[in-house]
Write a protein that binds this ligand. Sequence first.
Ligand SMILES: [Zn+2]
Length: 318
Amino acid sequence: MKKYITAVLLCVLMLTAFVTGGCTDSPVQTQQWDVIATVFPAYDFARAVAGDLLQIKMLISPGSEVHGFSPTLDDLAAVQNCNLFIYSGGETDTWADEQFRSGNLDTEQFTALAMTSCVELKAIPAAIEEDMHDHEHDHAQTEDYDEHVWTSPENAVRILKAICDELCRLYPEHEETFRSNAENYANQITAQAQEIQKIVDNASNKMLVFEDRFPFVYFCEQFGLSHTSAFGGCAGNTEVSAATLNTLVKTVQNHNIPCVLYLEFSKMQTADSIVAATGCTKREMHSYHNVTQEDFDNGVTYVDLMKRNTETLKEALS
Ligand SMILES: [Zn+2]
């Protein structure tokens, strides 16, 4: 009996040590955020609606590659404690759906809003690399939906309004301000989209050529632009084969394309090769996934990036 009591006491002591040790070893940050957004567009739209009234956090670090992002324990604790979690709903944050499914993140405790749930989805478009390897594919890949819904200004307004609706439900005391902020921002987006439409309407060339990735299917469909790229969507591998480079060069030459486009954070290797082979120029077309630390510190907005893209399009469609 004595032995038994000793054993039980020992177990209790070990358990206590384990529990308290576990708590003190890994202090989990529980700062309260009103809104946590995984990627830049979601962060920007929430900020436009809420202004300074709410604490909003962008989960990815400025300047980092968003595809393949993996949350830390602190990130997960922050999401669990926020009120509204906004994510793309696609390949950049499949981790979120996995955390919901496994129950690691309890969605009873916060509202989760996927940007892909706010709009009509389109398939990832075929591109040169995929066309070349068509015989090896069963087309399953190209039938995946494209997650870059925010690249179309019309979709951006839809997502902005969905975010506004959720915030009004969660913070009814601020509804009037939120609705007026959202309307004002939607007007800015729409005005800039009209600028872009004018450029497209007056352009003789209506084809955009991208050096590797192509996350602009929603954008091109809204404005009636055609496109060529090495990869459809955001391929993990952006190494362009010699045959694909050759196809891109021929496309630029045959269609008299004045300017080849590359995405933010690109090393521009393929763009430089195309420029060297054809004498065209190269310019950045921002896809809004993430912004540089400098842009982030300066408070750059989706509309600011639209304006930069407008300048790029003036050259690319001339
Ligand atoms: Zn992407």
